[in-house]
Design a protein around this ligand. Structure first.
Ligand code: ADP
Ligand code: ZN
Ligand code: ZN
Length: 805
């Protein structure tokens, strides 16, 4: 057996992507496998850190003496070889460290946690030993609370009497139950019973039960106690005497334990669906990786295509991965998968407790679940053989992680699809421009569903000009037409969904009379309001000006920051319709576990007439009695200082419109806007994705943005403004020589929130088409700045950033 292990270590300050070699002690020789977590000594002090074993070798080229692995943390590997490789790819693509990639792949309970403690290594004075250490060899660091104690510890350390140690903690919690079975025959038990005293009532009861079960049958110890009063102590005694055997078995916490799920079967596909199904299915038969863009209007039956292609995957004993944006991961959505595939489905979403998430993860890792439905991070689900990967609502920005490692689930999915030689489906009614562009170039294969599955037309959308409302003297959040429509639905006992667009809340300034939004004179995007400096700033080029008090276009004084809260809107709505039953859904009302599900269920059970909420109600809901959708303020997302703001607005309006009229009754949508002629709103009104795409592509081309250019953003922050500014300058200096003259550098500029937590933030954006040397140079930058980072400079590199606020 090779006795050198290659380990990626978790060293919080000086991170490295380089693996280290360790000797495998004899006692672990047989058990240690790549993908296990280990505890290893690291650095001069040989302090103990966690690491992942990524390989085993016969010999090491390391010259010095190798340190030994201290401890194994797993009995089974937590990463398979595919995920080990994926971590290497991901670290490179996302400019992050392999260790953080591996930790990201695992459920939180398996992530490293360190406990700092003080250990006695030499005799202490008795008084200190008993008073401070309370007669124990160790003292947890948290208990060293006051200054005097810290001083004492420093002295003891200097005298070589104590050491500071880090212990790696495993937070894992398995849920287990105890069960018992008989090890003797009926007759043998009968003999024992005859030898017992008559008052040994509990033992007799246990023997009766043991005699009543079939050989190999197990009984739950808890039930024995509840039903027969037989305690664990009695069973322990019996086990010692050899009458029975006790066992701990793992069980899974089932978040859907009490849900009544009715089985469903495949629907007969319509011709468009059938074509899509056949094309995907052919690739599966050929065992070939391909990326499909499944573009289908809301309600066109994309999900049915997912279900049937997954079903084929299961017939071949492979696994399937289905990603859904967190907010669309509604009980309705999960129900559709559970009702088709039952126990084979594992669901991963943020509403689960850490223990529940770990259970679902184990089911997948053990091969008990073969369909994984989940949000972004489920893309790392440890399925062993994957036959299909689906990303629903592929345009959703939540697929990009906004913290290190800054990966995009789409990229990971495509990597895994290539690894497993299987198709990847990207589904959406409003695909991202990037994906559409790839489909039109033939990089992805386009599949289209152009009609609703029930043949119903998409709802009619009316855009309401809120400037006219203002002129009529209606200063409320509800136009007269929307008010009338709500009144009508209340009368007919039909339901309404009202959405308050909260994106970019209060961060920009708009004229209430003419809809004017203050843009940057250089950049064609809106400027952001900075409360800290009381100025308007452009994010991209750094342009800065005073907050306007008079509208430059119509000279109205009604220009102010734009936005309003859901609670305020609810009060206003209730005032207008005192009899209406309103459910409000926003971050405040859905914070508690299960609240999201409960509110939607109540609405589905018709316990309310109106569902009022933020973007979280725009996706995936399918309620047959909803015949009215109202968008209270379409403009907020248009005002974002982001080149994707029109795209986001178009997508959001299309999604939310799709909630109306999904069943028999015809739906109607009202979109309220101060910019009704904006192309994003007009194309959404006409359900015209293709024209929107053309127009937007043209604009992106003119301004050199994605998908014509790639983007990378380098951000730094420091407590000292000068240091941060100086450093970002140095970094650009370092990167520039690696770039061709085709690359475009924007900045450096202060970030939109230039100061947070007393740190100053700066960023630079590089736009490029093809820069061979850029990636390596950025990795060098990361490696070279470790010393700066140890001294409090934060640096992050975001490849293809999705968020500019
Ligand atoms: P999407 O995911 O594209 O929004 P869904 O898959 O949710 O669309 O389908 C919308 C509705 O149409 C659902 O109620 C679904 O059961 C129904 N449906 C889908 N495909 C078919 C079909 N082939 N025949 C009948 N009904 C269908
Ligand atoms: Zn104006
Ligand atoms: Zn600008």
């Amino acid at each position: 057996m090779p006795h050198i292990a290659e380990v990626i270590v978790d060293v919080p300050v000086l991170q490295t992507n380089k693996p280290f070699h360790y000797e495998i002690p004899q006692e672990f020789e047989q058990r240690l496998v790549s993908g296990m977590r280990v505890v290893v000594p690291f650095g001069n002090g040989s302090r103990l850190v966690q690491g992942f074993v990524t390989n085993r070798f016969e010999a090491s080229d390391y010259k010095g003496e190798l340190k030994k692995i201290e401890q194994l943390m797993d009995l089974m590997p937590v990463l398979n070889t595919e995920l080990i490789d994926l971590g290497e790819f991901m670290a490179k693509e996302t400019y992050s460290f392999r260790i953080s990639c591996y930790q990201t792949m695992l459920p939180a309970v398996l992530r490293a946690k360190y406990e700092k403690k003080i250990t006695i290594v030499d005799d202490l004075e008795e008084e200190i030993f008993f008073e401070v250490f309370r007669g124990k060899q160790e003292l947890p660091w948290e208990e060293v609370i006051d200054r005097d104690l810290v001083k004492l510890m420093l002295e003891l350390k200097a005298q070589g009497k104590v050491e500071v140690n880090y212990e790696v903690k495993d937070k894992r919690t398995k849920k287990t139950i105890k069960r018992v079975t008989s090890t003797l025959s009926f007759e043998q038990l009968e003999e024992i019973r005859e030898g017992l005293r008559a008052n040994a009532k509990r033992q007799i009861a246990l023997i009766n039960v043991l005699q009543s079960i079939d050989s190999g049958e197990w009984l739950d110890v808890k039930r024995l106690n509840e039903e027969y009063g037989i305690t664990l102590a009695t069973i322990n005694v019996a086990e010692n005497k050899g009458w029975c055997e006790l066992q701990d078995v793992e069980i899974y916490r089932d978040p859907f334990e009490n849900a009544q799920i009715k089985a469903t079967t495949a629907l007969r596909l319509n011709p468009d669906q059938q074509i899509a199904y056949n094309k995907i299915s052919n690739k599966m038969d050929e065992n070939v990786h391909d990326v499909f863009l499944l573009k289908g209007i809301t309600g066109s039956g994309k999900t049915e295509v997912y279900l049937q292609t997954i079903s084929k995957v299961l017939d071949e004993n492979l696994g399937a991965l289905m990603l859904v944006p967190e907010i669309a991961l509604t009980p309705q959505m999960v129900y559709r998968f559970k009702s088709r595939f039952g126990e084979k489905v594992a669901v991963l979403h943020s509403g689960l407790s850490e223990g529940e998430k770990y259970d679902e993860w184990r089911k997948i890792n053990n091969g008990e679940a073969s369909v994984v439905v989940g949000a972004r991070s489920s893309v790392f689900a440890p399925l062993k053989k994957i036959g299909l990967i689906i990303i629903d609502e592929e345009h959703e920005t939540s697929y990009k992680q906004e913290e290190n490692p800054r990966y995009h689930a789409r990229d990971i999915a495509i990597w895994r699809g290539a690894y497993h030689h299987c198709p990847v489906i990207l589904g959406s009614a409003t695909p991202s421009l990037e994906s559409s562009a790839r489909a039109s170039k033939g990089v992805y294969t386009l599949l289209e569903l152009k009609e609703r599955a029930n043949k119903k037309a998409l709802p009619e959308v009316s855009v309401i000009d809120m400037r006219e409302e203002a002129k009529k003297g209606n200063r409320s959040n509800f136009s007269l037409s929307l008010q009338a429509a709500i009144q009508d639905r209340l009368k007919k006992k039909e339901q309404s969904v009202l959405m308050l667009n909260r994106r970019g809340y209060s961060s920009f300034v708009m004229c209430r009379d003419c809809g004017f939004v203050l843009g940057c004179p250089n950049c064609d995007i809106s400027q952001t309001l900075h409360m800290d400096t009381k100025t308007m700033k452009c994010h991209y080029c750094g342009h800065e000006e005073n907050i306007p008090t008079i509208c430059p276009k119509c000279h109205s004084k009604n220009i102010r920051y734009f936005g309003t809260g859901t609670q305020k809107v609810q009060e206003e709505l209730q005032g207008l319709f005192p009899e209406a039953r309103i459910i409000r859904m926003d971050v405040d009302t859905t914070r508690r576990k299960g609240a999201h599900e409960r509110l939607l269920k109540d609405f589905g059970d018709k316990k309310a007439d109106i569902l009022l909420g933020t973007q979280m109600i725009a996706k995936g809901l399918d309620f047959p009695d909803v015949t009215l959708v109202g968008v209270i303020n379409a403009d907020t997302s248009l005002g974002l200082p982001d080149f994707r703001s029109a795209e986001r607005t178009f997508q959001l309006l299309t999604q939310v419109s799709g909630r109306a009229g999904r069943a028999e009754k015809i739906g109607k949508v009202y979109v309220q806007s101060f910019n009704p002629e904006h192309y994003a709103i007009q194309y959404a009104k006409n359900h015209d994705y293709n024209s929107f795409y053309k127009r937007e592509m043209h604009l992106r081309h003119l301004s050199d943005y994605s998908p014509y250019y790639f983007l990378v953003r380098i951000s730094v922050s420091h407590e000292n403004e000068m240091t941060a500014a100086k450093k970002i300058g140095e970094f650009i200096h370092f990167i520039q020589p690696a770039l061709s003259d085709k690359a475009i550098i924007l900045g450096p500029t202060p970030k939109s929130i230039a100061r947070t937590h007393n740190r100053y933030h700066f960023q630079v954006i590089i736009k490029y088409k093809k820069e061979e040397a850029l990636s390596n140079r950025l990795h060098e930058l990361l490696a070279n700045t470790q010393k700066d980072q140890a001294k409090g400079l934060f640096i992050s590199i975001d490849s293809q950033p999705m968020n500019f606020i």
